[in-house]
Write a protein that binds this ligand. Structure first.
Ligand SMILES: [Zn+2]
Length: 348
C-alpha cells in the first residue's frame, strides 16, 4: 500500500513496486522469488495538479511505458523518463483519449526505437491525429493547444495493433491486451498474468490515492454502460493481484472491492443521470442535481482530492456521456439503423 505523505494526500515521488512471477509466489526456495520487474508510477501533474494522471514505467530487459499523458505534460514526463532510462522499447496506451495518448507522437520522436501498442481501432488515429485534433478543437476551441499540447503523427510501421488476448513479449515479461470497451469502444487493459499486475486505464474509473471512493468515467462519445460493466467484471474475473489506475496510481484496497466499487459507481451515476433526464430535467437542472448527488456519494473524499477528481473528469463530462448513450439507445429502440455518429476522442 502507498503511504500518504504530502499535505494533499498525494504521492510525493514515484514509487517502485517490485513483484514476482506467479510461479515464484509461494515457492519454497526463496531464490526462485527473485524480483523480475518493477513498476513506477510517474505523476504527470496534468494541468498542474498532482495525483490526477499517471504513466507507468516498467523496467527490465525491455523498458516499457504504459500511457503517455497529453503532449502538454511532456515537460513533466520527459525529465522523469530521462532520469530513469536511456531507451524505451515499447509505449503502450489503453486508449487514444488525449490524457492517455496525446504525447505518443512526440515521445516516439524522442525514443526512436520504441514501438507503440494500441487497440486496432486507435491505430489510424495515432498515425494521422487530424480527427483527434478536430474533436478536441470542437470541445476546447482556442484553448486546445494550451490544455493538451500539439498532436504529432507516428509512422504507421511503428504502430502495433493489439487484438483481444494478444500477448506481447517485452523482454522478460509478457503482457496481455484485454479489450475492455465501455469508457470507449477502443479501450483495452494491459495484464501481466505472471506478476498479477493489471493496468486498467479508465475501465474502472478514477480513485484518488487519498480515498477509496470511485468516480466512473462516462464521457462522450462512446460510453456504453453494459459494456463498461462487462469490462469491470472481466477484469475482476482475471484475478489480478494489483490494479493500476491511470487516474491515479495503485488501486486502494482489494481488487475485488475495487471492481465492485467501480461497477456500483457506474450503475449509480447512470441510474441517477438517466432518471433526471427521464423526469424532464433540462441539461442545466440535471447537472445541478447530479453535482449534488456526487457531493453526497463522494463525501468521504478530502476536499483537495475531490477537486482533483473533478478537474480530471468532471460531473458535466459524465452527464454528457450518459445522456448521449441514453439518446443513442432510444434511437436504436425506435428501429433507426443509421444513427448519427460523432467521434470526439478527446479525454476522460
Ligand atoms: Zn482518462
Amino acid at each position: 500500500m502507498y503511504s500518504i505523505d504530502t499535505p494533499n494526500g498525494c504521492i510525493a515521488a514515484p514509487r517502485r513496486v517490485k513483484s514476482r512471477p506467479a510461479a515464484a509466489r509461494g515457492a519454497e526456495d526463496p531464490a526462485v522469488g527473485q524480483e523480475v520487474e518493477s513498476i513506477e508510477t510517474l505523476d504527470l501533474e496534468l494541468h498542474g495538479r498532482p495525483c490526477s494522471t499517471a504513466a507507468f514505467l516498467l523496467r527490465g530487459d525491455a523498458n516499457v511505458l504504459i500511457e503517455t499523458g497529453p503532449a502538454s505534460s511532456l515537460p513533466v514526463l520527459l525529465p522523469q523518463l530521462r532520469a530513469r532510462v536511456e531507451r524505451l522499447d515499447w509505449i503502450l496506451v489503453t486508449h487514444i483519449h488525449l490524457d492517455h495518448a496525446g504525447a505518443v507522437g512526440a515521445l516516439a520522436r524522442h525514443y526512436r526505437e520504441a514501438k507503440v501498442g494500441v487497440h486496432p481501432r486507435g491505430v489510424r488515429h495515432l498515425a494521422d491525429p487530424s480527427r483527434l485534433w478536430a474533436g478536441a478543437k470542437a470541445v476546447y476551441g482556442v484553448e486546445t493547444e494550451r490544455l493538451w499540447g500539439a498532436l504529432e503523427p507516428i509512422s504507421p510501421e511503428r504502430l502495433v495493433p493489439l487484438a483481444d488476448g494478444e500477448r506481447i513479449e517485452l523482454g522478460d515479461r509478457l503482457i496481455e491486451a484485454i479489450h475492455t470497451p465501455g469508457h470507449a469502444r477502443h479501450h483495452l487493459a494491459l495484464h501481466d498474468p505472471a506478476s498479477g499486475d493489471l493496468f486498467a486505464g479508465d475501465a474502472l474509473g478514477i480513485q484518488h490515492p487519498a480515498a477509496t471512493v470511485v468516480r466512473p468515467t462516462t464521457p462522450p462519445s462512446e460510453f456504453d454502460l453494459a459494456r463498461a460493466l462487462d469490462s469491470a467484471e472481466r477484469i475482476r474475473a482475471l484475478g489480478p493481484e494489483r490494479i493500476w489506475l491511470t487516474h491515479f496510481g495503485r488501486g486502494q484496497g482489494g481488487v475485488e472491492e475495487l471492481c465492485a466499487a467501480a461497477a456500483a459507481a457506474l450503475r449509480r451515476w447512470s441510474e441517477r443521470a438517466e432518471a433526471l433526464l427521464a423526469e424532464g430535467a433540462d441539461e442545466e437542472a440535471a447537472l445541478v442535481a447530479l453535482r449534488e448527488a456526487a457531493a453526497e456519494w463522494e463525501a468521504a473524499m478530502p476536499g483537495e482530492a475531490r477537486a482533483t477528481v473533478e478537474a480530471t473528469n468532471s460531473v458535466a463530462l459524465n452527464l454528457a456521456g450518459i445522456a448521449q448513450a441514453a439518446a443513442r439507445r432510444a434511437t436504436a429502440d425506435q428501429g433507426c439503423q443509421d444513427e448519427p455518429r460523432r467521434t470526439r476522442w478527446v479525454k476522460g
